[in-house]
Design a protein around this ligand. Structure first.
Ligand SMILES: Nc1ncnc2c1ncn2[C@@H]1O[C@H](COP(=O)(O)OP(=O)(O)OP(=O)(O)O)[C@@H](O)[C@H]1O
Ligand SMILES: [Mg+2]
Length: 292
């Protein structure tokens, strides 16, 4: 792990200069898995390769060919064996959350970005590649879903989401699965005490806004309440595995309240399943009344 002071100064410099000098290695903030090892170099990002890298390379190549602008371009592997991606100008949402990131406009922009991503990826054939992070069987389909559209994995510009980054957990899934992953994190869907203060009491109205903006199909709306706790369980199985393996950044997060928050979220999702189902399945006019 990079020490906190210098890392933050470097991040600051990385954000301030349009393109830092070609050679300078500026660690980027955000993310747990590769904390301190995701580096900006000029207008590129260097990060460690992993078991999904080859598949993600093919995925990013497909997205580039379809002219989808909401993902980094894969540029190669550098002399140190790190994958090299295009740096996307903008900012990821990091704590403390800026006010603009908590607006309904930001939420809607994420829903629209997810929709554009799913449309762009729909013609990609995942079958020749290895996808180690399989999603549960009923939701494992042909559509390669992002599966980790966390706040720090979306780049914003002028208050709107413009790109998804960090496809390390991508694998063949289904739209409803990815919608569940994104809605849970961005609405957010969790115990009120863990919801940012300005958003308290608005979870179900914001969930409805998200699914309407995406244009979630009626059958997928029916499934969403069941999918949500499964996406949470899936994601936290990965976190638990990292903690058990001694991953320093995950361990610290887990110790500093992460485990308790994860348990609270899981139980909130289970106990609110009926309310969630009603919020997303109710005819539009009823939803407009309830959120107005
Ligand atoms: N292509 C990119 N363009 C702009 N910024 C990027 C890019 N890739 C990464 N970043 C920045 O670097 C941070 C960390 O990157 P990344 O998400 O790859 O790390 P990670 O540790 O693998 O994350 P996670 O814990 O979600 O797995 C991001 O939150 C973002 O701020
Ligand atoms: Mg990340």
């Amino acid at each position: 792990m990079v020490a906190r002071g210098p890392l933050f100064e470097n991040v600051q410099r990385a954000r301030m200069s349009a393109v830092p000098s070609d050679r300078a290695e500026l660690p980027l903030a955000g993310g747990y898995t590769n904390a301190g090892r995701v580096i900006r170099v000029g207008d590129t990002v260097r990060r460690p390769q992993n078991a999904t890298s080859e598949a993600v390379r093919a995925l990013l190549g497909h997205l580039e060919r379809t002219r989808f602008t909401g993902a980094p371009r894969f540029l190669g592997v550098d002399e140190r064996g790190r994958e090299t991606l295009s740096y996307i100008e903008g900012e990821a949402v990091l704590e403390p959350y800026p006010a603009w990131s908590l607006t309904d406009e930001a939420l809607v922009s994420v829903a629209l970005l997810m929709r554009r991503y799913h449309d762009a990826v729909s013609a990609f054939d995942p079958s020749p590649y290895a996808w180690p992070n399989a999603v549960p069987e009923p939701y494992r389909g042909e559509l390669v879903t992002h599966n980790d559209p966390n706040l720090d994995n979306v780049i914003f510009s002028a208050g709107g989401a413009i790109a998804l980054i960090d496809f390390d957990l991508a694998s063949p899934g289904s739209a409803v699965w990815d919608i569940g992953c994104a809605a849970r994190l961005w609405v957010p869907l969790r115990h009120e005490s863990d919801v940012p203060r300005p958003l308290r009491g608005r979870s179900l109205a914001r969930l409805r806004l998200f699914v309407d903006a995406y244009g979630v199909s009626p059958p997928d709306r029916e499934q969403l309440a069941d999918v949500l706790p499964l996406t949470h369980e899936w994601c936290y199985r990965i976190v638990r595995r990292a903690v058990a393996g001694g991953h320093e950044t995950f361990e610290r997060m887990w110790r500093d309240g992460g485990r308790i928050r994860a348990e609270r979220t899981q139980s909130w999702l289970m106990t609110h399943a009926d309310a969630i189902r009603a919020a997303v399945c109710r005819p539009a006019s009823g939803a407009a009344r309830s959120s107005g």
